[in-house]
Design a binder for this molecule. Structure first.
Ligand code: AMP
Ligand code: TRP
Length: 324
């Protein structure tokens, strides 16, 4: 299947992002025709610093490459380097209703958050996103729940186009991993782990070893002593079990068995060792990419070249169908 997804270049990645979102891209690239973009054109619809945007794009590229995005298996590129994205966005913009754009939850949220910066780009954000997806005639779009409405907008746009100008686009499906456990904050396991929350509760994917150990050892747990998955009464331990299971690929019941009769401290210490060893692989790769930025930019340019081939074909077809 053809797959498209993108991510905005905004700051650090924590283990929740990795397990919840990036991992899905990494497994999809094995058996699909994947196009993964760094959505810099979307990033500029909210206040940003033009002096650091390039660094953020580079950091995001390095992060995804270090975690396992493989440019041999997918097209990994910077959105603005394939100009057909903006071209298709204009064309699609002429067939979608303004009312639908104004009703988008993300537009309403961001327009309230940044009252001084409600630009037309922010309103048109879903049009560009629909163009991203449709440009590659994608059938599947891996996203988090918060982006589902935007994928539905792209579906509507595709249906409308096909009806008005003749069959052109497949109707893309959002690929949302409902069963994927949310990783919770280590400090307050009733809240999602988040980079904007308490830093003590959040482990960055490139976190220093000492800091990983400190955060895991002081993770919030109940006063009991049993290492058991129980979301009602033992949120903290359940969260640690989820993390252990996700990184070790061992099923939770087997982990429970392994730690029967053992103390929380022993379990936590083993979990810290596990994380330190898994994340050290990522850190090593990151270090090697940082030392060699030309290699990274080269990979991104190769990805863009691959993307442009498909993008050009679609634009030609769309323009011809629209009578241009
Ligand atoms: P964010 O940067 O918070 O917008 O998150 C990007 C994506 O990462 C989301 O769409 C989710 O799929 C995933 N994600 C974020 N936080 C978590 C979490 N605590 N646990 C699992 N997945 C998460
Ligand atoms: N809007 C998405 C986000 O905020 C990023 C994105 C841009 C995207 N274009 C896309 C996601 C196309 C899926 C498909 O995360």
């Amino acid at each position: 299947m053809k797959i498209f997804s993108a991510v905005r270049p905004t700051g650090g990645i924590h283990i929740g992002n990795y397990l919840g979102a990036i991992n899905q891209w990494i497994s999809l690239q094995e058996n699909n025709d994947c196009y993964f973009a760094i959505a810099d054109l979307h990033a500029i619809t909210t206040p940003y610093d033009q002096n650091t945007l390039k660094d953020k794009i580079f950091e995001l590229a390095v992060t995804y490459l270090s975690l396992g995005i493989d440019p041999q298996k997918c097209a990994f590129f910077i959105q603005s380097k394939v100009r057909e994205h903006t071209e298709l966005a204009w064309l699609i913009g002429t067939i979608v209703p303004v009312g639908e754009l104004q009703r988008m939850t993300q537009f309403k949220d961001k327009a309230t958050q940044h009252k001084e910066y409600v630009n037309a780009g922010l309103l048109n954000y879903p049009i560009l996103m629909a163009a991203d997806i449709l440009l590659y005639k994608s059938g599947g779009v891996p996203v988090g729940k918060d982006q589902k409405q935007h994928v539905e907008f792209a579906r509507n746009a595709a249906e409308k186009f096909n009806k008005q100008f003749g069959e052109c686009f497949p109707i893309p499906e959002p690929l949302i991993e409902e069963k994927q456990a949310n990783i919770m904050s280590l400090k307050d396991p009733s809240k999602k782990m988040s980079k904007s929350g308490d830093q003590k509760g959040c482990i960055n994917i490139f976190e220093e070893d000492d800091s990983i150990r400190k955060k895991i050892m002081s993770a919030e747990t109940d006063t009991g002593s049993e290492i058991k998955y129980d979301l009602e009464n033992k949120k903290g331990i359940s969260n640690l079990l989820s993390i252990y299971s996700a990184f070790s690929k061992i099923e939770i019941p087997l982990i429970e068995k392994k730690y029967e009769g053992k103390k929380y401290a022993e379990f936590k210490s083993d979990l810290a060792d596990l994380l330190i060893s898994k994340l050290s692989e990522f850190k090593e790769k990151r270090y090697s990419y940082y030392k060699n930025p030309d290699l990274v930019y080269n990979m991104l340019e190769k990805g863009a070249e691959k993307a442009r081939i498909e993008a050009k074909k679609t634009i030609e077809e769309v323009k011809q169908k629209m009578g241009l």
